[in-house]
Design a protein around this ligand. Sequence first.
Ligand SMILES: [Zn+2]
Ligand SMILES: [Zn+2]
Length: 124
Amino acid sequence: MGWSIGYDENWNRDIGYGVPATCDHPGCGEEIDRGLSHVCGGDPYGGQHGCGLFFCGKHLIPAGAKRDCSQLCSRCYSRRKPFDPTPDVPEWVRHKLTHESWQQWRDENPDEVKTLKNLEASHG
Ligand SMILES: [Zn+2]
Ligand SMILES: [Zn+2]
C-alpha cells in the first residue's frame, strides 16, 4: 500500500500525497499536499523528531545529523511546541462528502459527515 491517503490519529486528519492542504505555518497559505515531501520530521506522523504537521518548502528546515537530517518546521527545529494545525481545505472537504471512494467512510461515520457538512456550509 502506498501513502496516498491515510489518517493521522494524533492530529485527527487525513494525510498522504492525495490530500490537498495548505502549509501549517501560520499565515502562509501555500498550497501543498500532505505527502512525505511536506511532513515535518520526514516520516509519517513526524517520525522521531517532527510534529507531523505539513509545510511548504519555505517552512521546512533541514536539521543536523544528530536528528537524522530530518526536515523540520521552525518550532520543532528549536524544540518548541508545535503550531496549531490549519483546517482542511474546502476542496478536500467537498471531495470527502461527494466522491464515491469515500462512500463507505460516509456510511460508517455519520457524525463526521455532519461536522463536515456544517463546515462546508460555513464556507458558503
Ligand atoms: Zn514540526
Ligand atoms: Zn509555508
